[in-house]
Design a protein around this ligand. Structure first.
Ligand code: AMP
Ligand code: MG
Length: 342
């Protein structure tokens, strides 16, 4: 479906599926979502089942109108309203105290609820057609990289859901930024396209969840989903940080060792560095001149390596200016936090 030219009949049908308690995968600007009626406990259950997702990992409720917010939360702090005004529709999720109409099945048993208004015409029309409240985690099998095009959804969920709306490849490619408004100081639980600086420009100081930045692995992230390894590649993934020359030198050395031992090796490089690696299967993730290209291709590249049977993957680090924190958060999760500094 062309997002600029919505097929009304397809949306209406998909909306009926949602209203009847079924599941519809749909494009958003971040990644593809797997939607079910957020106010229907049984639909939430089906989402967990289709994804194989642990049921303590709460779902984000997607809305299409700001006025829909009041029904599902007890209170919206002034600063949250400011962020909504600036960044909704957009890649920002906010957490509030839930009202009684939100089932615990949707919130993983929590008293709080995560809400977002996505910036994608297909998503917005589907939410309206489906009754206004769509619970939608990423439309992947739990543990695999989030889907950034409809073929990823097909790969993971064919036969397990009722419909996929194909709106082409997504724009951003990383999941939304999550800000928790149930803490005394608003707190980022998951970094995304909208970074700390962009949030603080609107509402002043906010905090980063200690579980995200602490080197101490005993400090657990507050968002239940952030404690899971997002992606367990068949291959062993290691991230190498440092100056470009040193990183390239180290990856060449590591790749050579493994190739000599008889292993197949994958390398995640950029357009600028791809030619610097004579050994291994080299994939460029994008160009360092455009960090959005790196974010957009990250999950897809991880999926590609899964399909080609390498035993070890070495990746450059991507500490880019705006989205570096989000990109590195996802990459290190995929790597099970394995990184070295050179
Ligand atoms: P996904 O739906 O795949 O984008 O993942 C949703 C993320 O939001 C997971 O990391 C969840 O743990 C997190 N989340 C959703 N609701 C809440 C909540 N009420 N409190 C804290 N984290 C939440
Ligand atoms: Mg997910």
């Amino acid at each position: 479906m062309d997002p600029e030219n919505i097929e009304k009949e397809a949306i209406r049908e998909a909306g009926e599926i949602l209203k009847a308690g079924g599941l519809v995968a749909f494009p958003t600007e971040t990644v593809y979502g797997l939607g079910g009626n957020a106010l229907d406990e049984k639909a939430a259950e089906k989402i967990y089942e289709a994804k194989g997702r642990p049921s303590d990992n709460p779902l984000i409720i997607h809305i299409a109108e700001l006025s829909a917010l009041d029904k599902i939360v007890t209170e919206v702090p002034e600063n949250a309203r400011k962020l909504a005004k600036k960044y909704w529709p957009g890649p920002l999720t906010m957490i509030f105290h839930k009202s009684s109409c939100v089932p615990y099945g949707t919130t993983g048993g929590l008293e709080t609820v995560a809400v977002r208004m996505p910036n994608h015409p297909v998503a917005l029309e589907l939410i309206r057609a489906g009754g206004g409240y769509v619970a939608a985690p990423s439309a992947n099998t739990s543990g695999r990289p989030s889907p950034t095009c409809s073929s990823h959804v097909e790969e993971d969920l064919t036969g397990r859901i009722d419909r996929i709306l194909d709106g082409g490849p997504v724009g951003i490619g990383l999941e939304s930024t999550i800000v928790d408004f149930t803490e005394e100081v608003p707190t980022i639980l998951r970094p995304g396209y909208i970074n700390q600086e962009m949030l603080e420009a609107v509402i002043g100081p906010i905090r980063m969840d200690r579980g995200l930045i602490s080197a101490d692995s005993d400090v657990k992230p507050k968002a239940p989903g952030m404690k899971y390894r997002h992606y367990a590649p068949k291959a062993d993934l290691l991230v190498v940080e440092g100056s470009p020359e040193k990183v390239q030198e180290k990856i060449r050395k590591l790749a050579k060792e493994k190739v000599q031992e008889g292993f197949q090796v994958g390398i995640i490089a950029t357009d600028e560095s791809a030619d610097c690696y004579p050994l291994g299967l080299v994939k460029s993730i994008g160009t360092r001149k455009d960090e959005e290209s790196i974010a957009r291709h990250l999950f897809g590249v991880l999926r590609e390596f899964d399909d080609c049977g390498v035993s070890f993957i070495y990746s450059e680090a991507f500490d880019t200016p705006q989205m570096g924190q989000a990109i590195m958060n996802r990459l290190l999760k995929a790597a099970g936090q394995q990184k070295i500094q050179v």
